[in-house]
Ligand binder design. Sequence first.
Ligand SMILES: Cc1cc2nc3c(=O)[nH]c(=O)nc-3n(C[C@H](O)[C@H](O)[C@H](O)COP(=O)(O)OP(=O)(O)OC[C@H]3O[C@@H](n4cnc5c(N)ncnc54)[C@H](O)[C@@H]3O)c2cc1C
Length: 275
Amino acid sequence: MVKLNNGYVPETIDEALAIMKEQEVKPYGGGTDLMIDEKRDSTYLFLHKVSELKMITEDSDYIRIGAEATFTDIEESDITPQILKDAMSHLAGPAIRNFGTIGGNIGNGSAKADSVLILFATDSLMVLRSTDSERTIYVKDFYKGRKQLDLEKGELITEVLIPKKYLNNYYYKKIGARDALAISRMGFAALLYEENGIIKHIATAFGAVEPIIIRRPEIDAMLIGKTIAEAKALKNDYLKAYDDAINPSAGRVSKEYRKNVCMNLLKDFLKENGI
Ligand SMILES: Cc1cc2nc3c(=O)[nH]c(=O)nc-3n(C[C@H](O)[C@H](O)[C@H](O)COP(=O)(O)OP(=O)(O)OC[C@H]3O[C@@H](n4cnc5c(N)ncnc54)[C@H](O)[C@@H]3O)c2cc1C
């Protein structure tokens, strides 16, 4: 392992975790958030040489993406689901996509993070490891507030696990441009899975609206087990429940405008599915 005067460059997860345990270091993925935000007096744990963290694999239930996989790696992989590739293709420009990582997107703690929106909509899991522990939690549960994360001292995000079922029929829209100062940006992702005319699964996620990406399975449950015709009859109640639940935080663009965009995207998703 190389030691620099501003950090460490481990080559294995074990080396990285050992440093995390012994030193005050900040994990450094692609640095595309850190290079802007940091005071630059931290000692970093540069993760780009840990090849184990870059792997994209699958098992019978999950697509598994290493935290150090870049957006380009994800976009170019044969294994990653189309909904995630779509989000990657709308994320920043090629330079950021070549360096920015999915672990960094999660670790940055923003409700604007494009890959995290998809991880919420797909009820994905993430693995957190330290020298003494390993835990797997829902990505949704990692977020406790704006920039407040369920990350223990010494822990690294090592992997995300995307459940394979329900991925095929999806809806994804990103509104606006992230880096343009005057334009707000919102993201919406949703899945609907029907079997023998019955809605077996429906999931929505709204990004950049509240301090944490919005995912409300208890509202979506209103339409699960229903036929499309039954869902149509319940549509107004479903929309009202979301209208009551979504409470945009103050921002450059008015709350009313952002609420309207959320509701219009939700209606468009339902309409695309005949509801
Ligand atoms: C011009 C520009 C445009 C951008 N456009 C977009 C966009 O359209 N959509 C979008 O979502 N983002 C965008 N971003 C933000 C950024 O590119 C992403 O958030 C990216 O995913 C960050 O990944 P990274 O590897 O560069 O993270 P880093 O900057 O390396 O790290 C970000 C945070 O995550 C932590 N971290 C990194 N890896 C780990 C790990 N394995 N375990 C624990 N913590 C970790 C770091 O300590 C840090 O706090 C943009 C940034 C720039 C500069």
